[in-house]
Design a protein around this ligand. Structure first.
Ligand code: ATP
Ligand code: MG
Length: 338
């Protein structure tokens, strides 16, 4: 019997990128393979719709792409339940109950949502569903009684919000139904991968990512266009390593730490050109990405069986979420017909 449960997910707003890999996918696969967890991974199409209401086609299409990305990085449907959020009605009902346990002022204080609202340039027209998405995340996590949530560190405010809802629910209804989750983050310093443009976060919506499905040529072109040190004009100039995306990626992806340290010293001193470090980074990334890319191509040959994986996973997830929903209704006292 598994002792712990993890749940995490991704918005199907595009294919997954190396930020997702470092921020969350890698940890999921490790937790999955440890054998200590019940594993749930959710494709969050309902959440994706909160800021894409007029573009459901994008979500429909991305759903299968994300499923392929999961399988490509080693999420194993024999060990991990892969579910589709919109096909789990209990999640919507839980969200409605939890919305009564948070205040608008509290939601307004969420720093990640604040940043995203600015980035997405909603102006005054923030969709209400987007504004409250941390509450729907609380529903997702608690429906499966997850105690562990492997995510990037942009998600910490969501976890804090979930813990507050859990405490408020259990206290208000004098129940011991919901479980407080903890985040499971990547090592310090790699919790949020910057974009190739130097933006603080690689994000599907910002178009600044290297995707798990990108072919080798595309990856190389992206690396060659990467943000480095704008003042490093001549090879002989001393260059900045801080904020230089090439070195940030080397720190994270290159297992040869000594070599990275040597390159940094040479770059800072002057005499090491951007083209050279980019070529080196390309080799490092290729070693990480080519096995993933090849597995993805294999799975893509049989999309019917990928779809069946989602059908089976969602059926199992419905059983678990409906059980929690029943306990939640009982706690509130909404069980008139029992
Ligand atoms: P969108 O722009 O549609 O919000 P996204 O790229 O932010 O897409 P999400 O689906 O919102 O991706 O996030 C899925 C998971 O990946 C979360 O756990 C999040 O923390 C993690 N993640 C996303 N981007 C990064 C990043 N740049 N670095 C580390 N982790 C990331
Ligand atoms: Mg996001």
């Amino acid at each position: 019997m598994a002792k712990h449960t993890f749940l995490t997910g991704d918005r199907p707003t595009g294919r997954l990128h190396i930020g997702h890999y470092i921020g969350s996918l890698q940890n999921r696969v490790a937790l999955q393979n440890s054998g200590d967890y019940n594993n749930f991974v959710m494709i969050a199409d309902t959440q994706a719709l909160t800021d894409n209401a007029n573009n459901p086609e994008k979500i429909r299409h991305s759903l299968m792409e994300v499923a392929l990305d999961y399988l490509a990085v080693g999420i194993d449907p024999k060990k991990t339940t892969i579910l589709v959020q919109s096909a789990i009605p209990a999640l919507s009902e839980l969200t409605m109950y939890y919305l009564d346990l948070v205040t608008v002022a509290r939601l307004n204080r969420n720093p990640t949502v604040k940043t995203e609202i600015k980035q997405k340039a909603f102006g005054e027209s923030v969709p209400a569903g987007f504004f409250v998405y941390p509450v729907s995340q609380a529903a997702d996590i608690t429906a499966f009684k997850a105690d562990t949530v492997p995510v990037g560190d942009d998600q910490e405010p969501m976890l804090e919000q979930t813990r507050e809802i859990v405490r408020t629910f259990n206290r208000t209804y004098n129940a011991d139904v919901l479980v407080e989750p903890e985040g499971y983050f990547p090592p310090k310093g790699s919790g949020r991968l910057p974009g190739i443009d130097g933006n603080a976060k690689m994000s599907k919506s910002l178009g600044n990512g290297i995707y798990l499905a990108d072919d080798a040529d595309t990856v190389q072109k992206k690396i060659m266009s990467m943000y480095t040190d704008p003042n490093h004009i001549h090879v002989s100039d001393p260059g900045q390593v801080e904020g230089n995306v090439v070195f940030t990626y080397l720190d994270i992806f290159d297992p040869d730490k000594q070599h990275v340290a040597d390159l940094k010293a040479e770059y800072q001193h002057g005499g090491l050109g951007d083209v050279k470090i980019k070529r080196y980074l390309n080799d490092v990334m290729d070693a990480v990405l080519s096995p993933i890319r090849n597995r993805r191509l294999e799975y893509a040959k049989d999309m019917a069986s990928v779809q069946q994986i989602l059908i089976d996973g969602t059926a199992h997830a419905n059983e678990v979420a409906n059980q929690t929903l029943q306990e939640v209704r009982d706690a509130i006292g909404f069980n008139y017909f029992k």
